[in-house]
Ligand binder design. Structure first.
Ligand code: NAD
Length: 476
């Protein structure tokens, strides 16, 4: 089932990139076959009673795919969309395996999907669907803090994760680590501060780090640094909204935002908060004060800009529009936004594509922090915050005594402050994005004939998964 604009399905696309990268790894065919394969595919059809008076039964199609158990639990979001299908969920689960490996998150890859148009259901109906889906996963032993840990994806968020945690814990009463069965929960239900914005923040950290590399920027015909760069964002959902926010706060200018109904453009920059409020109030992104409307949403992808951030769905950059893309960097916030054919065109054009399996890993990285928090049953910072502050106060007071000078009050507050949970989460995420980029660039340097960052990222991911199999003694 290839798409209209590619001869490859999404799952075949991931396989294509895998095969291209596999020849740079030391593994023989059998090992590669195991790394590439989707281990478990669960396809469900379950009835849910819906409607205002619960007088209608609907049969819902849903999936959970566990691509790899080289590390457990396996992990990946749950997509709510009417376009969900088995091929898509298998592709997304495979990407999760390499993504986790690249950012050194000790999980296997998985993904879920529920084939529903969320706009057609009430909150109560979505809750009933989510709880039934969770019950199906529990029945099949496809969820649990040591088995498989879902998270949010397209069409789902904190609310759905809260329902999943509640259903799981009701069915597995007394399980001490039960809260670790899902991540992306509300903070009041065991979530971690910083998870909601984590994917967008990771996108920003990754691009900011890349922009520091003068030789890479020179090749992309850009000046170093993220400040002053023009950015176009597609999709004003969780990932797109937060990517836009952090780019704007980091000194870049978000000159266009695209949504389903169209796109808006303002060369002086858009504020994502105001655009979001406008869309909520009017029901459309269009006619935002001071901005120009682009009736065809896809036209935004072809605007003159430095950084294009597709943050909606897969297959949006194809052989049809790739030749018209003017951005110098494509920051893959979404999973699989570029088709195989488009990827080749972009590489030939010298456009730097920063691949999804690295760039949008902020979500799973902070999900890992949340899972650790759930297993340790303690909030980050609780043990050391006060100790750090007391110690800093002592150091500052000694400095003042020894120098005979007083430190400015605002500066003192800054020095004394111990880390809160969100500080530690941001710091862990930034470190992860910086280190993983270094690893990808190192892989590229090791193999000078690797043509782009995507292949290098796949090489790195495959090597790490293969090494884990070796450590487990499964392969020599
Ligand atoms: P979301 O549901 O919060 O938002 C997606 C937005 O994109 C919606 O507002 C939707 O209206 C818009 N959209 C859909 N099709 C569009 C189109 N053709 N043009 C313009 N806008 C369009 O979803 P999300 O969580 O932000 O996920 C977006 C992408 O990021 C997906 O590919 C997802 O797999 C990936 N991702 C998400 C996370 C996460 O933590 N949520 C982590 C990693 C990757």
């Amino acid at each position: 089932m290839s798409t209209a604009n590619s001869k490859y399905t999404f799952y075949e696309t991931v396989g294509y990139y895998f095969d291209k990268a596999a020849k740079y790894t030391p593994f023989d065919e059998g090992i590669l076959e195991q790394i590439k394969a989707c281990n478990h595919v669960l396809r469900m059809r379950f009835p849910v009673r819906l409607g205002k008076d619960l007088d209608r039964i609907e049969v819902v199609e849903a999936y959970r795919v566990q691509h790899s158990q080289h590390k457990t639990p396996c992990k990946g979001g749950i997509r709510y969309s009417e376009d969900v299908n088995q091929d898509e969920v298998m592709a997304l689960a495979s990407l999760m395996t390499y993504k986790c490996a690249i950012v050194n998150v000790p999980f296997g890859g998985a993904k879920g999907g529920i084939k529903v148009n969320t706009k057609k259901y009430t909150e109560l109906e979505l809750e009933r669907i989510t709880r039934r889906y969770t019950a199906e996963l529990v029945k099949k032993n496809f969820i649990g803090p040591g088995i498989d840990v879902p998270a949010p994806d397209y069409g789902s968020g904190e609310r759905e994760m809260g329902w999943i945690a509640d259903t799981y814990m009701a069915m597995r009463a007394g399980e001490i680590d039960g809260l670790g069965c899902v991540t992306g929960k509300p903070v009041s239900q065991g979530g971690v501060r910083g998870r909601k914005e984590a994917t967008g923040l990771g996108v920003f950290y990754g691009i900011k780090e890349l922009c520091k590399h003068e030789e890479i920027m020179k090749k992309a015909k850009l000046a170093p640094g993220v400040e002053g760069k023009t950015v176009v964002v597609q999709g004003l959902g969780n990932v797109g909204f937060h990517s836009a926010k952090f780019f704007r706060q980091g000194g870049a200018k978000v000159i266009a935002i695209a949504e389903f109904e169209g796109a808006i453009m303002n060369p002086n920059g858009l504020n994502e908060d105001e655009v979001f409020e406008h869309r909520k109030r009017t029901g459309s992104i269009l006619n935002f004060p001071g901005a120009t409307n682009l009736e065809k949403s896809g036209d935004a992808l072809e605007l003159e800009c430095d950084i294009l951030v597709p943050a909606a769905l897969e297959n949006v950059i194809t052989q049809d529009n790739a030749p018209k893309i003017k951005a110098r960097i494509i920051a893959e916030a979404a999973n699989g936004p570029v088709t195989v054919e488009a990827d080749e065109i972009l590489t030939q054009k010298g456009i730097l594509v920063v691949p999804d399996i690295y760039l949008n890993a902020g979500g799973v990285t902070v999900s890992y922090f949340e899972w650790l928090k759930n297993l340790s049953h303690v909030r980050y910072g609780r043990m050391e915050k006060r100790f750090t502050e007391n110690m800093n106060a002592h150091i500052v007071s000694q400095m003042e005594t020894l120098t005979g000078q007083k430190i400015d009050a605002a500066e003192k507050d800054h020095i004394l402050r111990g880390a809160d949970e969100v500080d530690l989460v941001y710091s862990g995420l930034e470190e992860t994005m910086i280190t993983s980029l270094k690893d990808i660039l190192h892989t590229m340097a090791e193999h000078p004939d690797i043509e782009n960052m995507r292949t290098a990222a796949f090489v790195l991911g495959i090597k790490k998964v293969g090494m884990s199999y070796r450590e487990l003694g499964i392969f020599p």
